[in-house]
Design a protein. Structure first.
Ligand code: ADP
Ligand code: MG
Ligand code: MG
Length: 489
């Protein structure tokens, strides 16, 4: 198999060259800051290593790449509109929250906020829409959305540093022309720009931006790149007038439930510091909430006047159930009544998505899945990789739940089939071996809204992740996928 429009087989099979390039690549990655803490010492930077990445970039057709970038601002708008449509969220998630405890708890917070009234009209959204290329036989590849992540979407930092690694490797391999086809990419700067805008609109020069992070912080460098972009900025406060920079702190659940409080205006204070923006890089899965105090902390932040990224409604807008409901006829039109072009662009990226709600339609989904499980992916309402169900396991699970409302915790989706490409996955401590790989393209979106006014709405960069085709599921943090770059053709 050749890399389509990419690097020749002779090169991929030249083991002396590959070995040399691999050593070069590790040095380049470390030098560029493509780093991760070690699994054994996830909270220490004393000894660190390179974050996993591919030795070579992966060919991606220009047309689909541009299509993914072009639809991103519409996806930003869509997520934002869903977050403001309480009736839609209620209806879309009703069957799910009846059986899925985690989604139900998030929804309860969302309802409480609606009841109390939102205390902040500034909304900051940082999301990542992920795609695979469906590529059967000799057909032209078609861009299909896997999911959209509205909370804690990662790798905007490290993916800002990987282009130079691949450029260097291609040059070392004598592939100058290819090296020039690696695009610049700087999601870190774009994400930080939106965070800074939200901070500015919040309007209190002493208030900080809080990165809300996990207890285990292996992927800290990815976040640091965004953080340092914020520290770099100097803002002129016209009403003072004085120059300020944006201070960033890192908070964990424990910090918030031990030292967090709201003042009479619902301003959030943690350890005496006013928080203007909470940027969630934690809180996206049940395991993150280790105690009732964690839920109390989430509620406290949601009730506060701090700008939440995302707020609870935007978090819910990113669930797989909402994704499935959006694919039903007429639903996108509800959010874009006068924009058929936006509807068409978004819908073109939808794969087949099927309800498992109780009733004839859900029954049909069950029989369809049981008849040909290899054609589908069964998805629960979870994030972080490794939760989906494939192949014969789909039958096992569905046989168990098909008669009960428990089935409504899942959605069914067409399985996307990208063409495998051969590459080397560089992982700390793993031997070098060639793998058949599948890639997933992510596009970062950033927006800030104040009341009804969309202040900024941007596509701020991309991420290519690649995994061995042996694995059907799992991201970089889950130890399955690795960082990559598109080589456009
Ligand atoms: P998560 O929120 O856990 O990342 P995803 O929907 O992104 O959930 O699924 C995790 C992984 O499973 C994806 O990165 C991809 O590798 C694989 N996957 C998900 N949906 C599909 C699909 N429809 N076709 C093929 N692979 C899929
Ligand atoms: Mg996800
Ligand atoms: Mg995913």
């Amino acid at each position: 198999m050749r890399m389509a429009q990419g690097l020749p087989d002779e090169m991929l099979m030249n083991s002396a060259l590959i070995k040399k390039l691999a050593e070069e690549a590790k040095d380049s990655a470390v030098t560029q800051g493509v780093l991760m803490r070690l699994q054994e010492t996830p909270n220490s930077s004393e000894v660190v290593s390179f974050a996993p990445f591919t030795l070579f970039p992966t060919p991606v057709p220009k047309a689909v790449f541009s299509q993914a970038l072009a639809v991103q601002t519409h996806y930003n708008t869509l997520v934002d509109k869903i977050s403001q449509d309480a009736d839609f969220l209620q209806e879309a998630l009703a069957s799910t929250i009846a059986v899925d405890d985690f989604t139900a708890r998030l929804f309860k917070i969302h309802q409480q906020i609606l009841k109390e009234g939102r205390s902040q009209s500034i909304v900051l959204g940082l999301n990542r829409s992920d795609y695979m290329l469906d590529q059967r036989e000799n057909d032209t590849p078609s861009l299909k959305q896997i999911e959209i992540n509205t909370i804690a979407a990662s790798f905007g930092g490290l993916s800002s540093r990987t282009p130079d690694v691949h450029r260097h490797i291609l040059k070392m391999a004598g592939k100058l022309e290819e090296s020039e086809r690696i695009l610049d990419n700087n999601p870190a700067a774009g994400l930080a720009r939106a965070i800074a805008k939200a901070w500015e609109l919040y309007g209190s020069e002493k208030a900080v931006v809080a990165f809300f992070v996990e207890d285990v912080q292996r992927n800290i460098f990815d976040q640091r790149f965004v953080e340092y972009e914020l520290w770099k900025r100097v803002v002129l406060f016209t009403n003072m007038p004085c120059f300020r920079n944006i201070h960033v702190i890192r908070l964990r659940f424990e910090d918030v439930f031990k030292a967090g409080s709201l003042d009479q205006d619902k301003r959030l204070f943690v350890d005496g510091k006013e928080v203007a923006v909470v940027y969630f890089r934690n809180g996206y899965m049940p395991d993150n909430y280790t105690s009732e105090q964690s839920w109390d902390a989430r509620l406290l932040m949601e009730r506060s006047r701090a700008v939440k990224c995302p707020d609870i409604s935007t978090h819910l807008a990113g669930t797989k159930k909402v994704q499935q409901v959006l694919a039903r006829p007429g639903v996108l039109e509800r959010f874009f009544p006068d924009q058929p072009q936006a509807v068409q662009q978004i819908r073109a990226t939808f794969a087949g998505l099927y309800t498992l709600d109780m009733g004839p339609e859900g029954d049909k989904t069950v029989s369809m899945a049981l008849a040909a499980p290899e054609r589908f992916v069964l998805k629960p309402q979870r994030e972080g990789g490794g939760n989906n169900i494939y192949g014969s396991e789909i039958c096992q699970v569905l046989e168990e739940v098909k008669e009960s409302t428990e089935r409504t915790a899942y959605i069914l989706m067409d399985k996307i089939h990208p063409t495998p490409v051969r590459n080397y996955l560089m992982r700390q401590g793993s031997p070098l071996k060639i793998s058949n790989c599948l890639s997933e393209l992510g596009v970062f979106g950033a927006y800030v809204r104040q009341g009804k006014d969309m202040v900024t709405n941007e596509c701020v960069g991309h991420l290519l992740r690649t995994k061995s085709s042996e694995h059907s599921d799992g991201g970089v943090a889950a130890g399955v996928a690795v960082l990559d770059n598109p080589l456009l053709f």
